[in-house]
Design a protein. Structure first.
Length: 403
């Protein structure tokens, strides 16, 4: 019997993080073909700027780099915020890992590009003497351009080491090919489940959840999933609920992002804002909007499949993909997203698979929910067969073995 090839995956693992969940999905599927070892990075350690933690973080990367030398293949799950806060530190750490790998795929979960300071919004803010907004836009652009510089150096070193680059949108793939004149760039949308699990999800009776929460068969459950952060647009969904009939209920299934936890703070300011938004309106009762925290991945997926409609009312986040959107496409037949760039890109793979509404327009969202009469079943079935964790892993294997 032929010995299995070895694969090292460098990523976060076993924590509340989309990157970690994705890595666990890859590990499970890859294990059918390779001997897989996860080399876990600690984002809290790597993001610390204390002199002691910087040394410990560099030592962790050094240990991983020494270990992966003997692996046939290496996959680096790269997200800037996971490897540090300083440009020089992040670039140095990634270079060390790339220099120690034989055959590498580096997965970029986001591709930042340099932006101009003189946008229409900035010029308009100056003309209106909106000083606070001007400073906010300047800081946002500075942060983006710093990330773009780090990414640029990482991509250039990846090319130097002949590593394959994998992204989650067709836009990012074309952007890297055009900018760097490099052909070893591949794309595949985020996926988590195999076809069997997808079919099991979609055959689950939605009455279970209604029964557990003493709701009737005529009640409609709207699901909103993920970390409770402003970019996910939770307040837009809450505002929309005021314009829906009494039998519509919003289940907010998520928790505070661990990276936003502060010592001694009684409650996260954004979560507090959501609670006050609900409390000040008598129409939004405790039964109408239900908060649930599900840290167990299987339970999270189960709830996603039990909701009648999943909504993603995100703001523009400058992100390339969304794990919640990917799971929703796998587990739910009725999905509504905001019209941000990430979802417009996702639509290039998931053609005619979900409804969209204009960012922030909670009245339009309410109408989209109440009058959801489109049937996306056939389009979703086609998408799920073409893009799932098995096709994702097969693409990786083809890159490793033939490039």
């Amino acid at each position: 019997m032929m010995k299995k090839k070895s694969l090292a995956i460098i990523s976060t693992y076993n924590n509340l993080c989309g990157n970690a969940t994705y890595t666990q999905a890859l590990e499970k599927e890859f294990s059918n073909f390779y001997n897989v070892k996860i080399f876990q990075i600690d984002p809290l350690l790597l993001r610390s700027n204390s002199s002691n933690d910087l040394k410990l973080g560099n030592e962790l990367i050094k240990v991983i780099a020494n270990n992966i030398r003997n692996y046939d293949y290496v996959n680096i799950q790269f997200e800037l915020s996971l490897f540090g806060l300083k440009k020089t530190v992040i670039v140095k750490r990634i270079k060390k890992l790339l220099n120690s790998s034989k055959k590498t795929i580096i997965t970029f979960h986001n591709v930042e590009t340099k932006k101009s300071f003189f946008t229409k919004e900035f010029i308009l803010s100056i003309s209106r003497f909106e000083i606070k907004n001007c400073f906010s836009l300047i800081l946002s652009t500075l942060k983006n351009n710093l990330l773009a510089k780090i990414l640029d150096k990482t991509i250039k070193h990846s090319i130097k080491k002949n590593a394959a680059i994998l992204v989650h949108t067709k836009r990012d793939k074309q952007s890297i090919i055009n900018r760097y004149k490099y052909s070893k760039v591949f794309d595949h949308p985020l996926t988590f489940l195999n076809l069997k699990k997808i079919n099991n999800c979609n055959n689950t009776s939605k009455e279970i959840l209604k029964k557990n929460f003493k709701l009737s068969k005529n009640d409609i459950i709207i699901g909103l999933f993920g970390f409770l952060t402003p970019n996910k647009g939770y307040e837009i969904a809450i505002k929309a609920m005021k314009y829906l009939p009494e039998n519509y209920h919003l289940f907010i299934i998520g928790s505070q992002n661990p990276l936003s936890i502060e010592p001694g703070k009684q409650i996260n300011s954004y979560i507090n804002k959501l609670i006050h938004l609900i409390k000040k309106d008598h129409k939004l009762s405790r039964k109408k909007i239900i908060f649930l925290s599900k840290s167990n991945h299987d339970e999270f997926i189960e709830y996603m499949s039990l909701c009648d409609i999943n909504i993603l009312p995100y703001l523009e986040t400058n992100r390339s993909g969304s794990g919640i959107a990917a799971l929703s496409l796998e587990c739910c037949d009725k999905i509504i997203t905001s019209q941000n760039f990430a979802f417009l890109e996702l639509e290039k793979y998931a053609i005619n698979c979900f409804k969209k509404f204009s960012i922030g327009n909670y009245l339009e969202l309410a109408n989209a929910i109440e009058f959801f009469d489109e049937d996306f079943t056939m389009s979703l079935e086609k998408y799920r067969k073409k893009y799932n964790i098995h096709t994702n892993v097969k693409l990786h294997m083809n890159i490793f073995e033939n490039n």
